[in-house]
Structures are given as structure tokens and as C-alpha cells.
Design a protein around this ligand. Structure first.
Ligand code: TYC
Length: 106
């Protein structure tokens, strides 16, 4: 009777070209400052589209206001682009130049 000890070790598997653990590339959504969109409206958009609480939305809006831009969140490419477009559209529908862009994360 063959004992466990005599069994051949499992054949080595070829490593996959893309390992199972690979994560999809992520994209930042960035809020750009402008001189016309009312602060309260920017806060509303951040709450509605990016599910922020009021205090986080206020602090993100003020960072963009003071520094010119603020990274809001990181998502897969599709989600980042959809949210940036939706948020930009909310401003556009009110005649504001509010703008959200996306950029790949390093
Ligand atoms: N700078 C705008 C104002 O003073 C407010 C604002 C803040 C607009 C952040 C855009 O991303 C922005 N009314």
C-alpha cells in the first residue's frame, strides 16, 4: 500500500500573467475652484454625489477654495468618471462653471 510519503508533490503551476490579487487601477476625482459657484451649492453637490456629511463637504469645499483644487475620493475609472460628470452637470444645470475632473492615481 502506497503511503502518503510516497505521493508525488503537486505539479508546479505556471504563474498567471495577471495574478488573481491584481486590483483595478484607481482614479482620483478632483474638485476645481472657480470664482462663481456659491459655496453652499458646492457643499450640496459634494453631499449628493459623493455621499459626504456636511462637515466633510464644507472642509473639502474650503480646501478647493483656498488651494485651487482638492482630491475628493478615489474610485475605479468608471465610477470616478461617472461621478465627476454627474457633479459637473449639476453645476452646469444651474449655470455655474463648477468642475470636477479625474486623474489616475500613481
Ligand atoms: N470660490 C467659490 C466662491 O467663492 C466657491 C467655490 C469653492 C467654488 C470650491 C468651487 O470647487 C469650488 N463662491
Amino acid at each position: 500500500m502506497a503511503s502518503k510519503i510516497d505521493e508525488k508533490p503537486p505539479a508546479k503551476l505556471k504563474p498567471k500573467a495577471t495574478p488573481k490579487t491584481a486590483r483595478p487601477p484607481l482614479y482620483k476625482v478632483i474638485l476645481l475652484n472657480d470664482d462663481f459657484t456659491p459655496r453652499e451649492f458646492v457643499v450640496k453637490v459634494l453631499e449628493a454625489v459623493f455621499r459626504m456629511g456636511e462637515s466633510q463637504a464644507l472642509s473639502v469645499m474650503m480646501t478647493a477654495h483656498r488651494r485651487g483644487a482638492c482630491v475628493i475620493a478615489v474610485y475605479t475609472r468608471d465610477v470616478a468618471e461617472t461621478k465627476a460628470k454627474e457633479a459637473t452637470e449639476m453645476g452646469k444645470s444651474k449655470g455655474y462653471p463648477l468642475f470636477f475632473t479625474t486623474e489616475p492615481e500613481e
